[in-house]
Design a protein around this ligand. Structure first.
Ligand code: SF4
Length: 377
């Protein structure tokens, strides 16, 4: 037998475990099973949603807090203080929520949408006034169905039972946090058993996040801009970044870093999004450094590149003209558009520079396309 044949025979015997007593006993090869390429601290064997673990006493306390918030609204930094059973504040939504769309959604991160979709509920209205809102047809309008918390709970059950979705994804919920809290508690009594995602602009008050503690499994805050001048001009909010920093820290204190079950689906933790804006990459870098230094180096980040001019951006600026006879009228000047500085898509270089800053700050968990044919985790 040639030496090559002997080597092949020995390797074949090792693989089959069928070692001849005459052959030298070699230690068995180590079997490494890390199909998800996921570090153990972020891997959960199983998961029970937090709202299922809430005691009936704590659930009753949450219900009474929710009604109190609606009677004297301080759910966001606008602090309108209105009784939402009688009137509305800046968000324009009263005691019932307005919902624009409820459906399984396939436009989220792979670890959120999975194969069956994320059970998304798009709330109408918003407490911010982003001039570039990518969802302005929903967030800046008051279109949709008026639903009570009990109605919402029925919809969550339909999404779970008929849609087979992996989670309930509450999109722009910050101005309807009490109604959302009541709906989750009603749905748990109906048998809801999938995680709740709080998909927010991070313009939340600490009081409303305290109300959501124990009810939400995944926080999905969008950290938009860093500079005060930018937040005033583009978000119509005085100091958005300060609020976002405090809110996201409170979210992280509640649920920690993003964790997955072995099927590759996110079940608990914080996933921070940042939409890179044209010419604002320095603000994106500041946001990445803040997350690394104040939250965790293990925070899961989605640096998004899909910005497009929308809402008020790029619309002709209106100016007054004097018509014959001395009457004042609006004129459209097509050469001069509103928010011209962000009236273009972002460049690869801008997105790349934010990503590089994130890596230099020590962040490493990104929503990248997977290299192993599985989910991006
Ligand atoms: S949620 Fe609405 S009513 Fe309440 S403080 Fe914010 S903007 Fe005002």
């Amino acid at each position: 037998m040639s030496s090559l044949s002997k080597l092949l025979l020995r390797n074949a015997s090792r693989r089959s475990g069928n070692l001849s007593p005459m052959m030298p006993q070699l230690s068995s090869p180590r079997v490494v099973r890390r199909e998800l390429h996921l570090a153990p601290p972020f891997l959960l064997d199983d998961y029970i949603p937090r709202y299922q673990l809430l005691s009936s006493v704590d659930a009753a306390k949450k219900r009474s807090k929710a009604y109190a918030h609606l009677r004297n609204c301080n759910l966001c930094p606008r602090l309108c203080g209105v009784n939402r059973y009688e009137t509305t504040g800046m968000c324009l939504i009263g005691a019932d929520v307005k919902v624009n769309v409820i459906a399984p959604h396939f436009g989220e991160e792979p670890c959120i949408q999975g194969h069956n979709g994320s059970g998304s509920v798009f709330f109408s209205g918003c407490n911010l006034r982003c001039t570039f809102c990518q969802n302005h047809d929903i967030a800046h309008q008051r279109n949709g169905m008026d639903l009570t918390p009990e109605d919402l709970a029925q919809w969550y059950m339909k999404l779970q039972e008929t849609g087979g979705v992996h989670n309930i994804n509450l999109i722009t919920p910050e101005h309807v946090a009490p109604q959302v809290a009541l709906s989750i508690l009603a749905a748990r009594d109906l048998g809801l058993r999938i995680p709740i995602i709080y998909n927010t602009s991070a313009f939340d008050s600490l009081e409303s996040l305290e109300l959501m503690d124990g009810l939400v499994d995944i926080y999905l805050p969008d950290f938009k801009v860093w500079n005060q001048a930018t937040s005033k001009r583009l978000l119509k909010a005085d100091d958005y970044a300060k609020t976002a920093c405090e809110s996201i820290k409170a979210m992280h204190d509640q649920v920690g870093d993003l964790c997955f079950t072995p099927d590759g689906l996110a079940k608990k933790g914080v996933l921070v999004r940042h939409l890179v804006m044209p010419g604002k990459e320095e603000e994106g870098k500041q946001i990445m450094r803040y997350l690394a230094e104040n939250l965790s180096l293990d925070v899961f980040v989605n640096i998004m590149e899909q910005y497009r001019p929308a809402a008020h951006v790029g619309k002709p600026r209106r100016r007054k003209i004097t018509e014959p006879g001395g009457l004042q009228a609006d004129a459209k000047d097509s050469d001069d558009v509103r928010y011209a500085e962000i009236n273009r898509p972002v460049t690869e270089e801008e997105v790349g520079s934010v990503r590089k800053a994130a890596e230099q700050a020590g962040l490493w968990r990104f929503n990248d396309p997977p290299r192993h044919a599985g989910f991006a985790i």
